[in-house]
Design a protein around this ligand. Structure first.
Ligand SMILES: [Zn+2]
Length: 106
């Protein structure tokens, strides 16, 4: 006959695994959020994403995913825009204000 206390290690395992998985998920998110890129202007590794925009576009009548990201260098203040992972572009002041001014305040 098995006693309830015999199940204690199994029950502890069923509780510990989700707790550890949750902690690893939060740690990975925190580490990715702190990740910085090298700045094309000053070469410092201080470029952070300040705004990420995801959209759906129509190409030849078919829906396709589209996204672009705005970056700010905390070392030199340079601003960049990257569309679908291509090379950096420099956004206009008007575009930066429209897309990023509220996101930076958060
Ligand atoms: Zn820079």
């Amino acid at each position: 006959m098995t006693l309830p206390q015999d199940y204690a290690p199994i029950i502890a395992l069923f509780i510990a695994i989700p707790v550890v998985a949750c902690a690893l998920y939060l740690l990975a998110g925190w580490l990715l959020g702190r990740q910085r890129r090298a700045c094309p202007a000053c070469a410092q590794k201080e470029v952070r994403c300040v705004q990420w925009i995801r959209a759906t576009v129509l190409i030849d009548g078919r829906r396709a995913p589209d996204s672009w990201c705005y970056y700010l260098c905390d070392a030199c203040g340079a601003r960049f825009k990257q569309h679908l992972g291509k090379d950096y572009e420099v956004p206009s002041d008007e575009e930066w204000e429209a897309q990023c001014s509220e996101a930076i305040k958060r």
